[in-house]
Design a protein. Structure first.
Length: 720
């Protein structure tokens, strides 16, 4: 096979360099998977190495499957090497030899939910029923295993007042797993390392077997994965790693960018190659990425380039507020579809914080624009939002048994499925509703007194909420309800995923306040009807949908046009990163990843004010916008903005002039849409225009209430 015709000059060098340690710094869109698969093919076909002696490890099952398909497509003998994820590799190793550690080969793998239940049971035996303690202990156990240390070593290093508790639970947890002949997900790597350490003959078997080892996405490896790689590559030392330090964005998950940066310390004789030619994006997009990432101090240094033309300039806009930002994005999408033959699948809207998707979701539902979320649920399908809504449904309709059952044990009250079933059966036998059974729970003959007390606690909460609903305006009631339920006892602010859930709940409160502001005298029942219409969107057919995602959710993907929104200090970069230089560098790498998802067009936007957490925020424009040379540098641009400063920042905005082949407006005559007109929406039926300002109008629909519509975007016609 003539590899010179299949690969460029940068790519062919590491493919042909097969002996010893090789590090490939592969920039975004530079063809790293192509290099890796062709190298495996070259070793098999040109060097005559059997597939049995080659190992390739990546991070996701999808990536492993894609790599296997590519290798099979170019392999001449039909054989493929061992290609898998770290965890599946370890699981297979353990199936053969885990008996040496005292387990049987048919061991179980506990999911995170299984592990949580074990920890909860152990803590309950210690008379501890605190959700925050449960999460803290689980996180420490996982951290210890990913560091490759046992309970004593970890806790001796940790110190602190909870050290003895963590040590005790950790050891009991390990005993419980052993008793069940089970491993948790972290154990797969840890037990493999322990097996290799304690039984050198097992390790030697794999060291001898794998003459050539390949590791993809090396920047995402953690401490124990690095240890595992060093162990199995020790004999032949033919280790080939591919990664990009500029795309290391999983530090919060334990990934250590130092593994790739310090690779040469572990392998002093390694050769380093850089893949810098980008095949994905236009010149202006590449320039933007390079300009931003060069501000990181901890990086190995490379600069992307492309043979493609410059393309469209990166478009930056600082909108007046978050609503204007949404309409700006959706208008640009509509123009490109109408005049440039784009389709929904060509667009991605990327956010740093998933709570920002809600306002986009709502507007796309109102405007009939189909979308899907990658790496998460739609706003109203997220568990924490469904739980919050279930509380509201219960208060609005106490006979809604399904809603009551959903949240009777959320937050945890020790009311399990068996107790709920006993209550249900009791109510059926008595011929009363579930809510009536709760209100009279003291007289329940089938429940033990201890369980009655738990039901009473929930009953008292219901009664309190029902009374407050009568006493408080709806907006104030929702804020009271969220505080009374105490979601902060359920979700831990120190865990990114759980912090997102709390931000989503705060965003839900913002939804309520927006609705009440637009609908004077709004009631709980009005609001519930409104959101049921907004949240009940049709699923997109096939692949014709706009992608909405967090930046972490689209790593490895690409789109013709990317809209990167919410570029404000405290949002992107995050508020935590403002206090920590290493966190700031990871945020900047997130920015680099987001920029390099775009193939043809990149739109970046921020908002002068944003309604979050129940109040209007005034944030400074993100430093990343300044670093990308999209606005003039301003020494005050990283301060929290007061209203008086907004005009100063907004006046610095540079919006590139439109290309001659792009229309700058949507050609829809809306002059006849005047106050008092009756309009027909394709989904919500007839409505009345209550007020109008420019392209926007407040329209009242009987079931939806008052909503602000962009007349050029919404599927509205005047009633004839």
């Amino acid at each position: 096979m003539d590899y010179t015709k299949l690969l460029n000059d940068e790519q062919i060098k590491p493919v042909l360099d097969t002996e010893g340690a090789v590090l490939v710094l592969a920039g975004a869109g530079s063809g790293k998977t192509r290099v890796l698969t062709h190298r495996v093919s070259y070793i098999m076909s040109e060097l005559g190495v059997p597939a049995y002696n080659i190992l390739a490890i990546t991070f996701t099952n999808k990536a492993a499957k894609e790599m296997q398909e590519r290798v099979m497509g170019i392999a001449t003998d039909g054989n493929t090497p061992w290609i898998s994820t770290f965890h599946s590799f370890c699981a297979k190793v353990l199936r053969y030899d885990i008996d040496k550690l005292g387990y049987t080969s048919n061991y179980s793998i506990f999911t995170s939910n299984d592990s949580a239940r074990v920890v909860s049971r152990i803590l309950k035996e210690l008379n501890i029923d605190d959700n925050e303690v449960k999460k803290t202990v689980r996180n420490h156990i996982s951290a210890a295993k990913n560091m490759g240390v046992d309970a004593d070593t970890y806790c001796n290093h940790l110190g602190g007042k909870n050290c003895d508790l963590i040590r005790d639970v950790f050891k009991k947890y390990e005993s419980e797993l052993k008793r069940n002949n089970a491993l948790d997900f972290d154990d797969l790597l840890l037990k493999t390392v322990l097996l290799f350490k304690d039984f050198p003959d097992v390790l030697r078997k794999y060291q001898e077997r794998f003459r050539y080892i390949h590791i993809d996405e090396f920047q995402d490896t953690n401490k124990i994965q690095m240890l595992l790689v060093r162990m199995i590559s020790h004999v032949h030392k033919n280790l080939f790693v591919v990664g990009d330090d500029d795309q290391s964005i999983y530090g919060w998950r334990g990934a250590e960018v130092e593994n790739i940066i310090n690779f040469k310390k572990f392998y002093p004789t390694c050769r380093t190659y850089k893949l810098q030619q980008n095949y994905r994006s236009t010149g202006n997009i590449i320039d933007c990425a390079n300009t931003v990432i060069k501000n990181n101090k901890t990086r190995m240094g490379k600069e992307l380039w492309t043979a493609s033309d410059k393309g469209m300039k990166v478009n930056y806009r600082n909108c007046f507020n978050d609503k204007e930002e949404v309409d700006h994005v959706l208008q640009e999408i509509r123009k490109l579809i109408d005049y440039n033959n784009y389709t929904f699948k060509d667009f991605a809207i990327l956010v740093r914080v998933n709570a920002l998707t809600r306002i986009f979701e709502e507007k796309m539902n109102l405007y009939g624009m189909k979308y899907k979320l990658i790496g998460g649920f739609k706003f109203y399908d997220r568990k924490e939002i469904m739980d919050t809504i279930a509380y509201l449904r219960m208060v609005a309709n106490p006979y809604d048994e399904e809603s009551i059952v959903r949240i009777i044990n959320f937050p945890k009250r020790g009311i399990g499925d068996t107790a709920i079933e006993k209550m249900r059966n009791y109510c059926y036998a008595k011929g009363i509703s579930f809510i009536d059974g709760l209100l009279d729970v003291e007289n329940n003959e089938v429940l033990a007194n201890a369980m009655k007390a738990k039901f009473c606690s929930f009953r008292d909460l219901i009664v309190d909420l029902m009374r407050k609903k009568l006493d408080l305006p709806f907006e104030e009631f929702v804020a009271y309800m969220v505080e009374r339920i105490d979601f902060y006892s359920v979700y831990d602010m120190d865990i990114p995923e759980e912090r997102n859930k709390l931000e989503n709940i705060d965003e839900f409160i913002s939804v309520v306040r927006e609705y009440c502001k637009a609908n004077d005298g709004a009631t709980l029942e009005d609001f519930m009807q409104s959101i049921s219409l907004i949240s009940d969107s049709d699923d997109a057919d096939d692949d014709e949908f706009i992608t909405m995602a967090t930046i972490h959710g689209v790593k490895g993907l690409e789109y013709k046009t990317v809209f990167l929104v919410g570029l404000e200090e405290g949002i992107f970069p995050s508020s935590r990163a403002l206090l920590n230089p290493s966190d700031m560098e990871e945020e900047r790498r997130c920015m680099y990843v987001a920029i390099t998802r775009a193939k043809e067009r990149l739109y970046i936007s921020s908002a002068g004010s944003r309604f979050r957490f129940g109040k209007v925020e005034y944030n400074a424009v993100s430093r990343f916008v300044t670093e990308a040379d999209l606005i003039k540098k301003d020494p005050n641009s990283f301060e929290i903005l007061e209203k008086s400063k907004y005009e100063n920042i907004a006046s610095q905005v540079h919006v590139p002039s439109a290309s001659p082949n792009i229309r700058t407006d949507i050609q829809k005559d809306i002059s006849a849409f005047v106050v008092g007109s009756v309009v027909v929406h394709s989904r919500f039926g007839e409505g009345n225009i209550m007020s109008r300002s420019g392209d926007n109008a407040v329209i009242n629909f009987p079931k939806l209430g008052n909503k602000n519509f962009n007349l050029k975007l919404a599927p509205l016609v005047l009633k004839k």
